[in-house]
Design a protein around this ligand. Structure first.
Ligand SMILES: C[S@@+](CC[C@H](N)C(=O)[O-])C[C@H]1O[C@@H](n2cnc3c(N)ncnc32)[C@H](O)[C@@H]1O
Length: 245
């Protein structure tokens, strides 16, 4: 994953608030999966938007991430909201203690969910089932910042398909009952200034300072004004994969 810029956590939190992520994209299957007596492991929880959403639906959540800064954001936000059933674990999964929980979720932790052994561990360690979200493929015309990438000579599809079909196939093979759906949802980025919008776009496409002038030339295609702020509209596509044992 690209390293977060200093303002990345705030950008992400504001995007989640504006576009109601993950409730709008994955709220329904997650609510259907989780019961009030469950302990849930949230692998790659990031700043904890999913953990905070499901906190009222279950007994206990272990929110695990290798990024300690993201976990500190989660802890501060949980404290602010009076949420007391989330424990954080600063680990790189599957290293560390692999406890069993009723449910395991992993939203967009694509690299870790690409390996057979890791998927097998998810299957084995989840007592009842789980939910995995992974980036889905998109066509050239749907690709965020496609024209800009072409102008910079950046190869097609900076957010490649994370192979949800493979995840489904492995879980099927292991004996799980699997259902999956492609989810298309708005998840754009609100930003305070034009300069922030330029930095955000550069970060998204993985371009460095040397691309600044080209990004500036194309920026009007990718931003809209709202009030005295800016929005970079983005449509995301993911596979939502539910499994039950
Ligand atoms: C794209 S973010 C998704 C965050 C969150 N699940 C969400 O949907 O908002 C991926 C997160 O997974 C974490 N991550 C990636 N690989 C990991 C691993 N092997 N163990 C623990 N955390 C991991 C990253 O640090 C990052 O916070």
């Amino acid at each position: 994953m690209k390293p977060w810029p200093p303002e990345g956590y705030r950008w992400y939190r504001e995007a989640c608030e504006m576009f109601d992520y993950p409730a709008r994209a994955f709220g329904e299957p997650l609510k259907a999966l989780i019961s009030s007596a469950d302990t849930v492991l949230d692998i790659g929880c990031g700043i904890g938007v999913a953990s905070r959403m499901i906190a009222p639906w279950c007994k206990r959540i272990i929110a695990l991430d290798s990024d300690g800064n993201a976990l500190r954001q989660l802890e501060a936000e949980a404290l602010r909201c009076g949420i007391t059933n989330i424990e954080t674990a600063n680990d790189s999964w599957p290293e560390g203690k692999l406890i069993q929980t009723d449910i395991i979720i992993a939203l967009h932790v694509c690299r870790a969910m690409r390996k057979f052994d890791n998927l097998k561990l998810v299957f084995e360690r989840a007592k009842r089932g789980g939910f995995i979200a992974s980036n889905a493929s998109c066509s050239l015309s749907e690709e965020p910042f496609g024209e800009l990438n072409a102008a910079l000579g950046i190869a097609h599809n900076p957010c490649p398909c994370a192979n949800g079909c493979y995840i489904k196939g492995v879980l099927d093979t292991l004996g799980a009952h699997v259902t999956c759906a492609k989810v298309v949802y708005d998840f754009g980025q609100p930003l305070d200034t034009l300069d922030e919008a330029l930095r955000f776009i550069r970060w998204q496409i993985g371009a460095d300072e040397s691309a600044a002038q080209t990004v500036e030339k194309y920026v009007d295609r990718y931003i809209v004004r709202f009030g005295n702020r800016y929005l970079v509209p983005i449509t995301r596509q993911s596979c939502g994969i539910t499994f039950l044992k």
